[in-house]
Design a protein around this ligand. Structure first.
Ligand SMILES: C[S@@+](CC[C@H](N)C(=O)[O-])C[C@H]1O[C@@H](n2cnc3c(N)ncnc32)[C@H](O)[C@@H]1O
Length: 208
């Protein structure tokens, strides 16, 4: 079995009762997502390994019943992937570009996720919403993310940024910003399943 077919099998196991919904979301991503230019033409062939399982790896870092803000969702990564996996979460997808926000609204509607999942078109730093967890992937370096998102998750929440290999350097580069906001950052290795590829996330919390 090829790596992508294996990743799809792992995703079926991870998603259990939600498998049908994640399959429908992948269909939307690989058709309209590519047509609208939100996803590169080569992404459909690695959608399960590179995108779905990568984002689902955040599962263990999001406490039960959390309100989540996903900053810079793009086509819904990781916000929609997480919202489908975890029906206990309330998820707000924040996206600054109109076309991407419209794509998200259509997907949320077609997948029947409203009102538990909602879309806000705008810049994260201009929003007044707060949450238990702020998530993001591939949006900005940690330093900038802290400036944009700290008001959304303080005092008791956390920022969870999917980063991959760059995580330790980003934490080091943000040392001053972390100190200024009295925050601590930890790099954690995560995976969606024991057979899935591991990745790294940065978890930022208030230092008490
Ligand atoms: C490189 S894409 C990543 C999209 C998605 N998170 C992913 O992993 O595929 C970055 C996204 O963040 C959005 N974005 C950038 N700055 C933002 C901000 N300040 N507030 C909200 N969205 C922002 C962009 O419009 C874009 O859709």
């Amino acid at each position: 079995m090829g790596a992508e077919a294996a990743a799809r099998d792992i995703a079926r196991r991870v998603y259990g009762d939600q498998s049908e919904t994640i399959e429908r979301y992948v269909d939307i991503l690989t058709s309209r997502g590519v047509k609208w230019g939100l996803l590169g033409p080569r992404e459909p062939e690695r959608i399960w390994s590179r995108h779905i399982l990568n984002c689902a790896a955040l599962d263990g870092l999001v406490p039960q019943g959390s309100r989540v803000i996903d900053v810079g969702s793009g086509a819904g990564l990781p916000g929609l992937v997480l919202a489908i996996l975890r029906p206990d979460l309330e998820v707000v997808l924040v996206e600054s570009l109109l076309r991407r926000a419209t794509f998200l609204e259509l997907a949320v509607d077609e997948l029947g996720l409203s009102p538990r999942v909602s879309v806000v078109r705008g810049r994260a730093e201009e929003q007044k919403v707060t949450a238990d967890v702020v998530t993001c992937r591939a949006v900005a370096p940690l330093q900038k993310l802290l400036k944009w998102t700290t008001p959304h998750f303080l005092p008791h929440g956390r920022l969870v940024a999917l980063k991959g290999a760059s995580a330790p350097e980003e934490v080091a580069a943000a040392a001053q910003e972390l100190r200024r906001h009295k925050l601590v950052a930890e790099v954690v290795s995560i995976r969606a399943d024991q057979e899935a590829e591991a990745t790294q996330a940065i978890v930022v919390r208030r230092a008490f």
